[in-house]
Write a protein of this length. Sequence first.
Length: 212
Amino acid sequence: MKDIDVVIYEDNKALREALKDMISRTNGFRVTDAFADCMQVETQVKKLQPDVILMDIDMPGVSGIQGVQMIRHFDVDVHILMLTIFDSNEKIFEALRSGASGYLLKKTPPSKIIDAITEVCNGGAPMSPEIAKKVLKHFNEEPKKIENKYKLTAREKDILFCLTQGCSYKMASEQFQLSIDTIRFYIKQIYLKLQVNSAPEAVAKALREKLV
């Protein structure tokens, strides 16, 4: 099986090198490069074509969220995991709406970062527990849309909500007591109805339009 290629954007040199070393030492993973800023992000990502990007938010010149927006203009498929100290609602939802695939806090244990990289490559949208709670709180406080213009079924809405909480296919399978193949079928139907091509796009659309 091909190694998962990872590119890191982190302006803290010590952390950047630590992440690079940790990921590179893990079987099945390869760090193809690591950068201190997003100033040349389009050139770098087009050249390296990574599977996953670890993206800090607070970087000089171009923020990580701006970096995500720039990447999404030319690549909708690469997985982008935010790895940041920021846990404010503003940063979380701005990153997700911009096209981030997941949102992790820097205090996340190394093993969980590796798990998140694997999970996002399998179609999940990993989030730190604190972030998932904030997303859930947001949904509880915001009024729900009555209109169901995408004709989502109750089960599809449940699974879409599960995706917004960072659930993997396996976690959704266990939660709803359905096979992983059945979960995949439902998710394909959700993609078709929402006219998206990936879990991050579906999550972003669900958050933006308050679909669940």
